[in-house]
Write a protein that binds this ligand. Structure first.
Ligand SMILES: *Cc1c(COP(=O)(O)O)cnc(C)c1O
Length: 376
């Protein structure tokens, strides 16, 4: 019996890189000043924050003045959507999003519907990609905002954000992209992709939890979600969380430097994993392999009860991607939107890997799944 746990749930969170932690620690104890103070303690903290802002801006190729620090992607999503529609009532009250978005986006949109906004939830095809014609047909006179994610957190499926960005720009509609699963995993460039707002979170790219980013193009007007002492140009009040900001900056710097290498390593391991999974009778990976980030593999294994394998095998940390905030296990809204049945949803496993997974761990994982199927 082995006792080391194989972590296969990087899409839900990642380990803080020791280099990131090392960078953060002095800002708890030595350099603890309030970044808004004008004495030397404050100046030190402020300089560290501005350096981090530059590191963060580099990973998405924007100006450092366009970065707003938040508590995470959920806050950034709330701020972008609510802040934009509130600040731009003249542009209309119609929002377009997609059925497979993260719950933070869907819940925010549902909330706005109760406030009189109109929301269109686009369908996806069987590969999880939006239907461009449907997007085009959904645009109306009063459409002010399009919200579409980059990489899906359950399936790794990539939406064509460059084409979406070109389309929204031509039509004078703002485009907000949730890039929480893509920044640090695949190339993200706000100029190439024509996005107006974009968010991501520290803990999904080996940074600390509780810190995130909202990128906002200079010409975009937003009302703040959190009013306070004027921090972040009045857009996000509250004393700067210097250690977390420094950690996020370092995590972005490392992710930027190592992106090419990590993509190569993960692609190789992902290919091996998929090849091994194919040995399990009738199993298949969700989505087209060409439009997926290779670190997330959602596999459907007929005859498998994924809830049982997740709770039964203590040394595997896996997920079935289903929302189980309550005790009731619901089918994944992402897989349902792609046309999968409840039975198929209950047979799905989300395997999200990072570069540290070994080929042996992959072989072992597939053996365990295979055994679980045979038992039944
Ligand atoms: C994790 C995640 C979020 C939420 O991020 P938090 O930092 O936990 O708020 C939003 N969107 C996607 C796609 C995610 O994967």
């Amino acid at each position: 019996m082995k006792n080391e746990i194989t972590y296969l749930d990087s899409a839900s969170t990642t380990k803080t890189d020791p280099r990131v932690l090392k960078e953060m620690l002095p800002y708890f104890t030595e350099y603890f000043g309030n970044a808004s103070s004008s004495h030397s303690f404050g100046k030190l903290a402020n300089e560290a924050i501005e350096e981090a802002r530059t590191q963060v801006a580099e990973i998405i190729n924007c100006d450092n003045k366009e970065i707003i620090f938040t508590s995470g992607a959920t806050e950034s999503i709330n701020m972008a959507i609510k802040g934009y529609v509130e600040s731009n009532p003249d542009k209309g009250n119609h929002i377009i999003t997609v059925k497979t978005e993260h719950k933070a986006v869907l819940s925010t949109c549902e909330y706005l519907e109760t406030k009189g906004f109109e929301v269109t939830y686009l369908d996806v095809d069987k590969n999880g990609v939006i239907l461009f014609d449907q997007l085009r047909d959904s645009v109306k006179e009063n459409t002010s905002l399009v919200v579409i994610m980059h990489v899906n957190n359950e399936t790794g499926i990539i939406q064509p954000i460059k084409e979406i960005g070109e389309f929204t720009r031509e039509n004078n509609i703002a485009f907000f992209c949730d890039a929480t699963q893509s920044v640090g995993k695949i190339k993200v460039d706000i100029e190439d992709d024509y996005v107006d707002m974009l968010c991501f979170s520290g803990h999904k790219l080996n940074g600390p939890k509780g810190i995130g980013v909202l990128y906002k193009r200079k010409n975009i007007e937003l009302t703040p979600l959190i009013h306070g002492g004027g921090q972040e140009k009045g857009l996000r009040g509250g004393t700067y969380n210097t250690p977390l900001i420094v950690g996020l900056g370092k995590a972005c710097e490392i992710a930027c430097d190592e992106l090419k290498h990590n993509i190569d390593v993960i692609e190789q391991k992902s290919k091996f994993l998929i090849q091994e999974l194919k040995k399990i009778k009738d199993s298949f990976v969700v989505g087209n392999q060409y439009y997926r980030a290779s670190n997330i593999i959602d596999v459907i294994v007929p005859e498998l009860n994924s809830d049982i394998i997740i709770s039964k095998i203590p040394f595997l940390a896996l997920s079935n991607g289903s929302a189980c905030t309550s005790q009731i296990i619901e089918s994944s809204h992402v897989l349902k939107a792609m046309g999968f049945t409840d039975a198929e949803c209950s047979q799905s496993l989300r395997i999200s890997i990072d570069k540290t997974i070994s080929l042996n761990q992959i072989i072992e994982l597939v053996e365990i799944i295979q055994n679980e199927v045979k038992i039944k």
